[in-house]
Design a protein around this ligand. Structure first.
Ligand SMILES: C[S@@+](CC[C@H](N)C(=O)[O-])C[C@H]1O[C@@H](n2cnc3c(N)ncnc32)[C@H](O)[C@@H]1O
Length: 231
């Protein structure tokens, strides 16, 4: 496990707080969903540092096969259980509606069937990618929501971002968000300049970058980005 700040809450508490029945408007989630709707349909999608939340982001995406990767097998087990159940919670119904999709159980269940597999891996420690991860990193869309914001220094952020997008094919998409805590901890200090430099280093064209205010007292700012490998 890498020497980075860990997610504040355990899997259950995190899921209950942010992704249960009530959609929390004002915390940037609706903006992230809107950004994701701008991505055209893709055959393969890999969500890095997925936790148990990929199904929320899946509401705004038209993606074939999803691979969810996380260091925490318990979070991935929650995700698999939720995908098998195929029952939308309040947040999913609102997310589907915001994405312009009919918020029915059937629509959500169809999204859930796109998750055939999960992968447990430490994504922040520099190490050669095992074959299943190498394959997953060659997806048409790579997302990360809250993973790379756990890095602690600009070189670590740049290196991790670049490594995790090395296999993105020409025309492939990269999107994500990183939350900034109210109380400074050891997390990376994100800036426009750092994002621009990092995306350039990773060989991606930046299409959108924003730092949005959030009503979450613990995380009052969220960075969102959308980028693409030149086709
Ligand atoms: C802030 S949570 C975000 C979860 C989810 N992506 C979301 O949209 O809410 C960060 C996630 O990164 C995972 N994580 C932390 N360190 C990791 C590492 N070194 N390798 C892979 N995943 C990691 C955590 O287990 C957690 O699920």
């Amino acid at each position: 496990m890498s020497d980075t700040p860990s997610t504040v809450l355990d899997a259950d508490s995190y899921h209950r707080l942010y992704y249960a029945d009530t959609f929390r408007f004002g915390q940037g989630t609706e903006h992230i969903l809107d950004l994701l709707t701008q991505i055209p349909p893709v055959a393969t999608w890999t969500d890095l540092g997925a936790g148990s939340q990929s199904l929320l982001w899946a509401c705004a995406l038209t993606a074939g096969r999803l691979t969810a990767v996380d260091v925490d097998a318990l979070r991935l087990a929650h995700l698999t259980t939720a995908a098998r159940a195929g029952q939308p919670r309040g947040v999913h119904r609102v997310a589907l509606a915001l994405a312009g999709t009919n918020p029915t159980t059937q629509t959500f269940a169809a999204r859930c069937r796109r998750l055939p597999t999960t992968l447990t891996a430490d994504l922040l420690t520099p190490a050669p990618h095992p074959p299943p991860l190498r394959l997953a990193l060659g997806a048409d869309l790579i997302t990360q929501f809250g993973l790379l914001g756990l890095t602690t220094t600009p070189p670590q952020f740049i290196d991790a971002f670049t490594r995790l997008h090395t296999h993105l094919p020409p025309g492939g998409w990269a999107a994500g968000a990183n939350w900034v805590p109210a109380t400074r901890d050891t997390r990376i200090h994100l800036t426009h300049a750092l994002y621009r430099h990092t995306l350039h280093r990773a060989g991606l064209d930046l299409l959108h970058l924003a730092a949005l205010p959030s009503t979450d007292p613990d995380f009052p700012l969220v960075w969102t980005y959308l980028a693409r490998r030149h086709p």
